[in-house]
Design a protein around this ligand. Sequence first.
Ligand code: PHE
Length: 513
Amino acid sequence: ATTDGSSGHLALQILHALSESDPILSQEAFPKSSFAEVKAALDRLASREMINYDTIEREEAILEPEGEQIAANGSHEARVFEALRQAMDGLTLQELEKAIGDKNVAKVGQSKAFKEKWISRTKEGKFKAAAESIKDVTSEQIQTIKTTRTHPDAKVIADLKKRKLIRMQKIISFKIHKGPKFALKIAKEETDLTADMIASGAWKTATFKPYNFKALGADQNAGALHPLNKVRHEFRQIFFEMGFEEMPTNKFVESGFWNFDALFVPQQHPARDLQDTFYISDPKQASKPGAASPDDKQDYEEYWNNVRQVHETGKFGSIGYRYPWSPEESLRLVLRTHTTAISTAMLYKLAARKGPDGRPPPARYFSIDRVFRNETVDATHLAEFHQVEGVIADYNLTLGGLMEFMDVFFGKMGITDLMYKPAYNPYTEPSMEIFSYHKGLNKLVEIGNSGMFRPEMLESMGLPKDMKVYGWGLSLERPTMIKYGISNIRELLGHKVDLNFIERNPAVRLEKD
Ligand code: PHE
């Protein structure tokens, strides 16, 4: 906002100079003004199209202190010669130093003067003059540079530079022309169109200040999305794009039934240990499945019994685990260890739906939400994380179809060349861990767990035998950490997170190649 002041004054001077001759060179017309002042004034006039200017860059030769010394007193060799010319019997080095009053000049000067054959030695080893007169070429060159800031002979410049008598300096100057709106006065520029201007008609003749689209905006004092939210948004887009419906995950507490038993996880399974799962101490027990929603018409009692039998004695062609199944264990309350508990409830609902052919219709569900595991907290593990989960229910699905789907799904976020490793989940058969080669980390990283849900789980719900269900899960944290280059999970979640990082981190795209 340089409305007036020095740049205003200089701007007027520039206009007046231009009215006398066009173009003008800034360093000639305004040798005393600084580069910054001239530039500010020029930009001000150029933004109003009153002038145009070109920037000219060139190099000038500047005298170093030793060069200045030569400009004032002559070259070192000339001073040595002059001192010796006046001493008829010659001088010792010490006497020469004293006569010149500068040790360095005496030392450098005598050696150069020898080379020029201006001086020689007497029998006693003293220095003496050896010429009638000399021409101090160096001094002349230095004088030329002092007055013109350059020298016609490029070799001279190179030589003086090597001798460290001069240095080169980049000089930026401007060649200034009149512009289409050239005038001798600078009109006041309006920054706002006001009601008064409209009423009085002053807007018709007013000069408006152009928008500065290059100006950086002021920092907004606003909230910011957490990186996990940004990556979550990208995943949701991919799921919606592929025809998935989002599951309601708005509860962190589940019964053992939904989290484990319905998934054919035996009650002795290590995942159900205190070391792996958080149990709720108050209240201790859940009500039986379905008891909390009396309007729900599904037969939860039958489902409960199926689950019990499939564990205890086997059913639907399975021999089961053959252990006494405990209803109390099944009604213990847990912080859900995976969102597969929600998928299970959704699939049970699906089993009751009737499509056009009277059978449950194909379905695609996904969720992205928090799960809890009783883990030792370290750089890559927290006791809670976010799980991205998907399930696809359809008739006659095959494992090949699951692999093909994974290629497409992960391909949409730029993850290609998947590799699969046989794995084990109590609720899927077959099960596969999904790996991908990570270029940044230069190694294979596990990106997900997947499988086809077991008949013990699906048939207990009443889903038809030929309806197969794919399921897979991955953490939201891993791709987020890779994306934002974070190596410690505590920088992403929890009380050690730097709020500046959250505010500043950029939007994210899971880029598609
Ligand atoms: N529940 C699994 C996990 O927590 C993910 C998964 C879901 C695997 C569905 C297979 C099928 O890792």
